[in-house]
Design a protein around this ligand. Structure first.
Ligand code: SF4
Length: 439
């Protein structure tokens, strides 16, 4: 029995895809093992957004060859689609597969027989037209379910459309079937995943369904306690969806909404499809209907043309906004994007200073959000990992909670009252009030 190990870089989508490819291997009789367990085959799923993607990829290949010198190494993922030739030159790589090929890896790689020349099977991204269903089963608690892939937006800084192709989706019927399959495995929470999930509904180039209808249908699936919408563009997060989530028992009050900049000048240069006023309106709609909702924000600092004044517009905008945390990205030049041709380059030192300012602001926001919720009762889904005798889990509104380890609580939903914030920044619960929730 051949042993195969996987390594995933990047986002939830990559994790869902690695997991699905892993199941394909198991179905064909391969044994899935950890990276350290002398595998015969290594599959490395790469990301193009990761800083120094090339260096990281090289490092992982080197590590793999150290563990199993005679192993077969295949590289897949966004970086493999963008730079197949470059990757094929990394010592130790046997095959590189693009977006249209990665799900046919077992069939295409011919028994994983090593040949002199590195195999490069990466068609043009325009060939990646079909939707490949995927979901992760990494732990028992939570699953990332891919519902959509690719993007038609073309923001000036982004290489994702070049790495993943045009927007395309699963059908509602097929997503429901996957959700029911997942429910049968005792997983309690599904995180809906995609590149631009609000754009859900395009099948073979035609819009046939809507994201809102997917949300309504999933809400009826028995056996899943929670659905989380991972990240949704502000212009696609409609009142209809927000109002539904506010009434739903299964869709949790947690929204992650990319903003990227709080300056309209920068938003226009980025080619985003909204202005800050719309973003403000989305946040206010959510908070009016769900005062305890968690709102996460993606923001990019140092985009070309972002002067000190324009950065301050972003800083002040976010400072005033009722949001819960930020994911801060420092702009870096990417080949074949419009941004790379733009003037107004921001020096690296400034980019880093701005990033630091926003990271501090994020910590302030998170703490304030946690403090506002102390004394309230929420439901926590406890996870398996133990750290210094403590276990952790998230509330429906994404507050990370710590409690004394109890194996009986793993993968259980518990009602807890939030008590204090501990030095690690997690919220401790009032132990005596922990009660089992029947479901
Ligand atoms: S919406 Fe913009 S940033 Fe997001 S994937 Fe599409 S092009 Fe990239």
């Amino acid at each position: 029995m051949k042993k195969v190990a996987f390594y995933t870089l990047g986002c939830k989508l990559n994790f869902s895809e690695t997991s699905t490819i892993g199941r394909q291997f198991e179905e064909k009789g391969f044994l899935k093992v950890d990276f350290q367990e002398n595998p015969d085959i290594f599959i490395i799923n790469t990301c193009s957004v990761t800083e120094n993607a090339d260096k990281k990829c090289k490092k992982i290949v080197k590590e793999a060859k150290k563990i199993s010198p005679d192993s077969y190494v295949a590289i897949i993922g966004c970086y493999a689609q963008l730079k197949p030739r470059e990757i094929s030159e990394i010592e130790g790589v046997d095959a590189v597969l693009g977006a249209a090929e990665k799900f046919r890896l077992i069939e295409l790689l011919d028994g994983f027989a090593k040949v002199q020349e590195t195999k490069v099977l990466a068609s043009e991204i325009t060939e990646a037209k079909s939707f490949n269903n995927a979901y992760s089963i990494n732990d028992r608690t939570r699953t990332f379910l891919k519902v959509q892939d690719g993007c038609n937006y073309g923001c000036a800084f982004c290489t994702i459309p070049l790495a993943r192709g045009k927007s395309r989706s699963n059908t509602i019927e097929s997503v429901l079937a996957s959700a029911r399959e997942i429910a049968a495995t005792d997983v309690k929470e599904i995180v809906l995943t995609g590149v631009n999930i609000g754009d859900f509904g395009i099948v073979e180039g035609k819009r046939v369904e809507r994201f809102a209808d997917l949300v309504f249908a999933l809400d009826e699936v028995e056996g899943i306690d929670r659905f989380r919408i991972s990240s949704i563009e502000p212009n696609l997060l409609t009142n209809e969806i927000i109002e539904f989530v506010s009434r739903s028992k299964r869709f949790v009050p947690h929204f992650h909404i990319p903003l990227q900049s709080g300056s309209n000048t920068v938003l226009r240069r980025m080619g985003r499809r909204y202005l800050r006023e719309l973003y403000e309106d989305r946040v206010s709609k959510i908070k009016t209907l769900m005062p305890n909702a968690c709102i996460g924000v993606d923001v990019i600092v140092g985009f070309p043309g972002e002067t000190d004044e324009l950065f301050l517009e972003t800083y002040n905008f976010l400072n005033e906004l009722d949001i819960s945390y930020l994911h801060v990205f420092t702009y870096s030049e990417r080949a074949n994007t419009r941004a790379v041709e733009m003037d107004g380059i921001v020096p690296l030192k400034k980019r880093n200073e701005r990033s630091k300012m926003l990271r501090i602001l994020s910590e302030k926001k998170r703490r304030k959000f946690y403090e506002e919720n102390l004394g309230n009762t929420f439901t926590v889904l406890f996870e398996e990992d133990v750290e210094d005798g403590k276990m952790h889990g998230f509330t429906e509104n994404y507050i990370r909670v710590a409690a004394k380890y109890d194996p009986m609580l793993v993968n259980e939903l518990k009602q807890v009252t939030l008590d204090t914030i501990n030095p690690s920044g997690n919220v401790e619960v009032r132990e005596p009030e922990m009660v089992y929730e029947r479901h």
